[in-house]
Design a protein around this ligand. Sequence first.
Ligand SMILES: Cc1cc2nc3c(=O)[nH]c(=O)nc-3n(C[C@H](O)[C@H](O)[C@H](O)COP(=O)(O)O)c2cc1C
Length: 330
Amino acid sequence: MADLSSSYLGLPIRNPLVAASSPLTASLDSLKQLEDAGLGAVVLKSIFEEQIELDGLAALKDAEGYLGHTDGYEFIKAISMERQIDAYLALLEGAKKSLSIPVIASINCYRDGTWLEYAKRFINLGADAVELNYYVIGADPEKEGREMEKEFLQLVRSARKAIDVPLSLKIGSAYSSLANLLRRFDEEEVDGVVLFNRFYSPDIDIERMKMTQAQMISGKDEYALALRWVGLMSEEVRYDLIGATGIHSADSAIKLLLAGAKAVQLCSVLLKKGAGSAQKMLRDLEDWMKRHEFEDIEAFRGKLAKKYKSDGSQWTRVQYLKTMLEAQRM
Ligand SMILES: Cc1cc2nc3c(=O)[nH]c(=O)nc-3n(C[C@H](O)[C@H](O)[C@H](O)COP(=O)(O)O)c2cc1C
């Protein structure tokens, strides 16, 4: 039998398939199903700094008629925020009591601030690690990339100071020099970076001429972006790189591992095909390892990042020219 065990941000895991933060990781029943289906770890649904603040403000609006004192506003807002955090703490506590795989708390934050306090409470309740889900869309034409990245690094620095369990960052790919930013994270001593998050995108309904929401579920070819960047960077940073987005089968998971990912995160495949789909992925991974005579994950992890390290052009090539010339010759 092939040994599928690995580690994730330094935590031992029984295999490299991790349930990404999603509605599937927002209830105890569903978390239990994910563990029973064989997943190596779970990342809880994110608590959203922005949402907590907005809900706090909504609660204020509802209570408007009852508030005669300015302190009352702060009080109502704080109670509403506290309620959400309590619900999250209850989920985390339940998960830690009933699961034996690592449970990772997830915080969506967009600036240095109060969320650091939540992180400390999650750690006190036993969160095995904290994943920061950070993304700020660069939609301000006046703001320079350098300034945005500086703010991000400042936030990572504060997080690293406050969080004494393994810390990972889940990021998007839209940075002016992603390789440089990934190197800077190394200096901040993070334990892992998840490449990449897949964000809510707007779409347009052309009949009703209204904004709608784009497809939430990823396509099975979307792993290509993570594959390139994991392949390029896994030999360049000391922390774990974790592949995410578009990983729907053992084949794409194996590709990410060959490129050097320590593990992969799954969301759409679990939402679409159920938690049980992880069992088939694990069987297929094991069959592939047996066929290629790999006894454990480390026997092949990063094999292709190392092989192509001196010829980075395989990972950096972006033009189709050669492919088109080859097609013409056929
Ligand atoms: C309905 C839904 C809710 C999600 N909620 C979160 C979340 O709260 N926090 C987070 O970091 N990612 C969230 N994600 C992103 C997923 O964790 C994952 O990174 C993304 O879907 C890409 O992976 P996939 O291709 O396997 O779906 C969500 C995705 C979906 C579809």
